[in-house]
Design a protein around this ligand. Structure first.
Ligand code: ADP
Ligand code: MG
Length: 243
């Protein structure tokens, strides 16, 4: 039987037949303002509250903003800080300045149950540096793919593949946000992570006749008999509620 990690959002856990399969890499995608950051924070918070070890890498906001947003839903960081680490760009810059190296070292050293990366797109923007290729090592890169020409796009793809491999190796269950670009083909900005991931959840917002509806859909989840229908969700006092 596949062990499952609960999202602690009951409607979503039902869609997932109990939760995320342990040790999977799951992409949460959707346009801006669809709730990607909040749903990841909620899952991280409730997992930490229930004794799981969680790390949240956030490259887009500072720690104060994250904690303040948590307060809006009455999620007390104080209560979970023993189990929930927040790592922002400030922490990385203080120590090393190389985000990829920092992240990989962190997930290598500590055994986390849940790893959240918000967002993959911002990491990629950070990653396009030649020196990173040297650090991963050209031999390792050849193991990953054999590209005809190593151009920026290839390097980007190799790095994404490397991150995904390291996340899987860490044995944690990972949630990674990625922005869906309107009008572009594909579900993720980099167009490769959607094939590498074990699961994908898509969030949407539609404004119809003055009202706003938000939806959530489990697009894929390996090792899981999913409910693949589109469900609506709402922001309630305690966070996201899936109907
Ligand atoms: N306390 C709240 N109550 C209701 N809705 C909220 C609250 N906080 C945020 N939101 C909604 O969530 C949206 C942002 O969600 P977020 O997770 O940051 O989106 P994304 O990461 O996908 O860009 C806001 O635009 C707002 O509509
Ligand atoms: Mg966000």
């Amino acid at each position: 039987m596949v062990k499952r990690v609960k999202s602690y959002i009951s409607g979503l856990d039902k869609m997932l037949n109990g939760g995320f399969p342990e040790n999977s890499v799951v992409i949460i995608n959707g346009g801006p303002g669809t709730g990607k950051t909040i749903i990841c924070t909620q899952i991280a918070y409730y997992n930490a509250l229930n004794g799981n070890k969680v790390v949240l890498f956030d490259l887009e906001q500072n720690r104060e903003k994250i904690i303040e947003q948590m307060k809006q839903f009455k999620w007390s960081f104080e209560k979970v800080k023993r189990n929930m680490e927040i790592i922002t760009i400030e922490d990385v810059e203080k120590e090393k300045g190389n985000y990829l190296e920092y992240l990989l070292e962190k997930i290598n050293k500590t055994k986390y149950d849940i790893i959240v990366i918000d967002s993959l797109d911002s990491i990629i923007t950070y990653l396009l540096k030649e020196e990173d290729i040297k650090k991963i090592g050209i031999e390792k890169i050849k193991d990953i793919v054999v590209p005809a020409i190593i151009d920026a796009e290839h390097v980007e793809r190799m790095k994404i593949k490397h991150i995904f491999e390291m996340l899987t190796k860490s044995k944690a269950t990972s949630l990674i946000t990625s922005e869906k670009v309107d009008g572009e083909i594909g579900n993720t900005r980099d167009k490769i992570s959607e094939f590498l991931c074990d699961g994908m959840i898509t969030l949407n917002r539609n404004s119809i006749s003055g009202g706003l509806t938000r939806t959530i859909e489990v697009v894929k989840m390996r090792r899981t008999n999913i409910d693949s229908s589109v469900h609506s969700f709402d922001f309630k006092k305690g966070g996201i509620f899936v109907e």
